[in-house]
Design a protein around this ligand. Structure first.
Ligand code: LLP
Length: 429
């Protein structure tokens, strides 16, 4: 069930009419549904209930807002983090250290120290050089770092090239064929304790087949490692399960299908399963609420110029991603239009020649499925404000990140001494 529904002809998020949020906060604004996130978290928990104490480590990068993290922490989710910033957020949200996995291909010594001092479940190591650095850092701190090796299983995730991570040419993990030797060499690094193996083959996967193939490889690897005397206790299969963006396409596998598959492949293996879902939990829990600035005639169809732009939601420009778009108060008629933002780039297009609800200047619209990889990837290009975020829970709502205006950014900037003191240029008379 969607938590964004038309009631009396007006789109609501749970029990809150979106025009009320637009009137109070202005547009553009991201709006998130608590229930939508909770429903997804619970669906995944239920799907994994056949396993002994699995760890659902929510991939913080998908939506790191502290209110989102707290909502998910209350659902019992842990965190997959890839930077000290994400680690700190997870901790600030109240996620227990032993439910935090530290991934990422370029962890620095400072980040290692921060996580070791605060505690964590494991580091997912991406190279042997990283293992050597972590061992030194841990020894200097007088502790031992719990680690898993992230392997690159060399499977084609079948997703967009920019979000596939499990092929041999991708920068992630160590080649699966090198893992036995790497783990043997790990015995010479006294600052580390090998706990498990990890992988993440890509994002927005719409078929379980590549995941299943990669998990089978991981399973064989665990058996081989154990036969060499390594006590493998965790198997982290990453995130990646896709969600529905375009209702005209077949739906991706459900959390239940996914859970059944990973349960079948990992039950009885005497390992703790770790999963790192991001998009699955928050993707469909958010919309980008925007106002039509004006309609401009175009050669094929009109341009609907909205006040959101590529700096707010980069996915269409970056990955040619398709997002649903509709009016907040549709009048039942339709039009074909290019939906574009105000940024000075031809790529600032949310949709081309799209059939949408008829809209005019001043109307509110939503760009859907904007809960994941949206606000967190936003920027201020063209000196635009950083778009605010609102969290809805039933009939209650709150601003969970205020709009940060271009004035605030300007105030942060400094004029160096050699440029100081310029008079304002004379105005032409
Ligand atoms: N674990 C690791 C190590 C990851 O790198 C990622 C995502 C995840 C888990 C979560 O994947 P998910 O369940 O959300 O698919 N900006 C892109 C997506 C980049 C994903 C990066 N890594 C987009 O907007 O589609």
């Amino acid at each position: 069930m969607s938590h964004f529904d038309l009631r009396d002809g007006v789109l609501h998020c749970e029990d809150v009419p979106l025009p009320a949020i637009a009137a109070a906060v202005g547009t553009p604004v991201f709006v998130y549904s608590t229930m939508a996130m909770r429903t997804q978290a619970q669906a995944l928990r239920t799907a994994l209930a056949g396993l002994d104490d699995p760890l659902i480590a929510y991939a913080v990068k998908a939506n790191p807002n502290i209110a989102v993290l707290r909502t998910l922490a209350r659902e019992g989710l842990g965190a997959d983090v890839v930077s000290a910033g994400e680690y700190d957020r997870a901790r600030a949200a109240g996620i227990a250290p032993d439910r935090i996995v530290f991934s990422g291909v370029g962890k620095t010594a400072d980040e290692m120290r921060r996580a070791l001092a605060g505690g964590l479940a494991q580091f997912n190591l991406e190279s042997f050089a990283e293992a050597e650095m972590l061992s030194e850092v841990a020894l200097a701190m007088g502790c031992t770092a719990p680690v898993a090796f992230r392997v690159n299983p060399d499977v084609d995730a079948g997703s967009h090239a920019k979000i596939s991570t499990g092929a041999a040419h991708n920068k992630f993990g160590i080649p699966i064929g090198d893992t036995l030797a790497a783990c043997a060499a790990l015995r010479d690094l006294p600052g580390l304790e090998l706990r498990g193996v990890a992988m993440h083959i890509g994002s927005q996967l719409t078929s379980l087949a590549p995941l299943e193939a990669a998990i089978a490889k991981l399973d064989a690897l665990i058996a081989a490692l154990r036969s060499q005397g390594h006590a493998i206790r965790t198997a982290d299969v990453g995130g990646g399960l896709g969600i529905r963006y375009d209702p005209a396409l077949p739906p991706p596998p459900s959390p239940a299908d996914y859970g059944a598959m990973v349960t079948r492949l990992t039950r009885g293996r005497d390992v703790r399963l770790i999963v790192e879902p991001g998009r699955l939990i928050v993707g469909n829990a958010g919309v980008l609420l925007t106002e039509v600035i004006r309609i401009k005639p175009g050669p094929r169809c009109p341009f609907v110029v909205v006040d959101a732009a590529m700096n707010d939601l980069m996915r269409p420009a970056l990955y040619d991603a398709w997002h649903p778009i509709g009016a907040v108060a549709p009048d039942g008629t339709e039009m074909t239009a290019d939906i574009v933002g105000p940024v000075c780039e031809s790529g600032d297009v949310f949709a081309e020649a799209r059939r949408i609800d008829r809209v005019g200047a001043g109307d509110l619209m939503v760009i859907g499925t904007a809960g994941a990889y949206a606000a967190t990837m936003a920027g201020t290009y063209n000196s635009r404000a950083l778009t605010p975020e609102v969290l809805v829970d039933g009939g209650a709502w709150a601003i969970v990140r205020p709009r940060r205006t271009s004035d605030a950014f300007l105030a942060d900037e400094r004029v160096p001494p050699w440029l100081a003191g310029d008079r304002e240029p004379d105005r032409p008379t």
